[in-house]
Write a protein that binds this ligand. Structure first.
Ligand SMILES: [Cu+2]
Length: 124
């Protein structure tokens, strides 16, 4: 584990993400927004970024981030997808070391396609 663990470091920036949705209309959201009408999660190069993800729905969501790996706080496990059970909250720590505009979304295609997606967007 030690060789793959993310280095201990204080967060420069934390984004809170609330996963939610409704069945009627069938629509899934991050922070109340459905992609593509979603504000990017802004980061700057070389920041330590924390994503505090809360699943406020009664469905399981495999949260997936492109372009980076993250450590699940408390476990140190390095992943690019993590399962959030209903009402579960996890803090994901990552290093912003891959500039671009990266999708962050639920890996259930029928959730992502109906809105549960946003962008991790580097700003200068
Ligand atoms: Cu989902």
């Amino acid at each position: 584990m030690a060789g793959t663990a993310i280095a201990a470091r204080e967060s420069d920036r934390t984004h809170d993400l609330v996963l939610s949705g409704s069945m009627n209309p069938y629509r899934w959201t991050i922070n109340g927004q459905s992609f593509p009408d979603a504000d990017p999660l802004e980061v700057r190069s070389n920041e330590r970024v924390s994503l505090a993800v809360s699943n406020m729905s009664m469905m399981v969501h495999p949260f997936h981030l492109h372009g980076h790996t993250f450590a699940v706080r408390g476990s140190g496990v390095r992943k690019d997808t993590v399962l959030l059970r209903p009402m579960q909250r996890l803090v994901l720590d990552l290093d912003a070391d891959n500039p671009g505009q990266w999708a962050a979304h639920c890996h259930n295609a029928y959730h992502a396609e109906t809105g549960m997606m946003t962008t991790l967007g580097y700003v200068t």
